[in-house]
Each structure stands twice: as structure tokens, then as C-alpha cells.
Design a protein around this ligand. Structure first.
Ligand SMILES: [Cu+2]
Length: 215
């Protein structure tokens, strides 16, 4: 039952993608630390040298949401396109007070309780660190991007950027604990039409919860 339905939904999308981006490939990026271990929560963004293909507004497959659960933010890093509305549902029995002092988006969501939510629109590209006034250990990041070719690495250190235009591109890798200006590095790469792979090694500083971050 499920398989035929899925095929029906997917096929027009694939056809459209093939028609509009003939010279595009999937780029798999592996991010490792200095010891060669995979690094999660690294945000990879790709800016094609020839500019982004015109088309529909940028949309990612994951929910634009940062929950508060077990006195922590989930996810730790959220990637959203510019202009997104992000919800901040509280799933705890305690109240939280979510805020950011970031020049990219300064906001404050005053105390609210379980099963309540608030939302914020992120209208500028950049990194927005989040905190909670009640719980100092609660830290998370909303990374607002102005490219469709973006994502974050999973526990395996890999992110797949789909449909990247073939040719030269600037690849930016950001990670909150990266030892570099603005916690990011930029590399010029060439995306093959057939897709390709890149490996990036990062020098990370130890951080609170580093054992959960780096495997
Ligand atoms: Cu809190």
C-alpha cells in the first residue's frame, strides 16, 4: 500500500528536479575532527560560483522547531532558510525562558510552561545562539542560511547536499566548537555533475557536553 503511494508522490518531484537541474549532483560531505573521528552538528552550506538557480523558495525537509525537553534544547543545531518561522515548544514540566542576544536575531520568549509554544521569524542569515534564562546549561544554535544547498552532519559526520549545481562553489563549514574565526572555514570546491564527495577536517575545542557531540 505504502510503496505505490510513495512512488506516485515522488516521481513528479524527481522529474521536475531532473528537468530544471540537468547539471547537478549530490554532494556528500564528511566532517572529521583532528583525530579523524566524525563530527556531528557541523553545518555545511554551498554557494555555487555561478549563483543559485532561480526557483521556488528554499525549503528543508526537517521541522523548523527547537523543543525544550529534559532541560535541554532539541535539536542542538537547527538549519533554516532566511524568513523562516521557528517554533519553540516546551515539552518539560518546568518553565523556560528562551532568548538570544545575537545581532542576527535578538529575542526573548518570556516564561512559558508545558505544551505551550512560541515562535520567532528569523529574517537575516547568520548564526543565532540560544540560551535559557533559567537553565544556564541550555545552549543551542539556529543557523539561518540563504542557500538551498545546506544541511548539518549527523552522528556519522556526513551531510548529503542534494542537487548541487555542477561547477565551482564556495563550501562553508560551521561548527560551534570549531577553532576558527566565526567558528567556520570556507573552501572552494568543484562539484562534479555526477555528484561527489568532500572530506573536511576540523580542529575543535573541548566544549561542555563534548562527549555527546563528538563520537
Ligand atoms: Cu530552561
Amino acid at each position: 500500500m505504502l510503496a505505490p503511494m510513495k512512488a506516485l508522490i515522488l516521481s513528479p518531484i524527481i522529474a521536475l528536479a531532473l528537468a530544471s537541474q540537468a547539471l547537478a549532483g549530490d554532494l556528500s560531505v564528511l566532517v572529521r575532527n583532528a583525530a579523524g573521528q566524525p563530527v556531528r552538528d557541523a553545518v555545511v552550506t554551498l554557494k555555487p560560483a555561478g549563483g543559485a538557480p532561480a526557483g521556488a523558495p528554499i525549503k528543508f525537509a526537517w521541522p523548523y522547531s527547537v523543543a525544550q525537553q529534559n532541560i535541554s534544547f532539541n535539536p542542538f543545531v537547527l538549519v533554516v532558510p532566511v524568513g523562516s518561522q521557528v517554533s519553540f515548544p516546551n515539552k518539560d514540566n518546568v518553565r523556560h525562558h528562551v532568548y538570544s542576544f545575537s545581532p542576527i536575531k535578538k529575542f526573548e520568549l518570556k516564561l512559558y510552561g508545558r505544551d505551550e509554544s512560541r515562535s520567532v521569524v528569523f529574517d537575516k542569515a547568520g548564526v543565532v545562539p540560544l540560551g535559557c534564562n533559567i537553565h544556564d546549561q541550555m545552549i543551542a544554535y539556529v543557523v539561518v542560511v540563504d542557500t538551498a544547498f545546506a544541511g548539518k552532519t549527523g552522528a556519522d559526520g556526513v551531510v548529503l547536499i542534494r542537487g548541487a549545481p555542477a561547477g565551482a562553489a564556495a563550501m562553508t563549514v560551521w561548527q560551534p566548537y570549531l577553532k576558527a574565526a566565526r567558528n567556520q572555514v570556507v573552501k572552494t570546491i568543484s562539484v562534479p555533475a555526477a555528484g561527489g564527495r568532500e572530506t573536511v577536517s576540523l580542529d575543535l575545542r573541548p566544549a561542555p557536553g563534548a562527549m555527546d557531540m563528538i563520537h
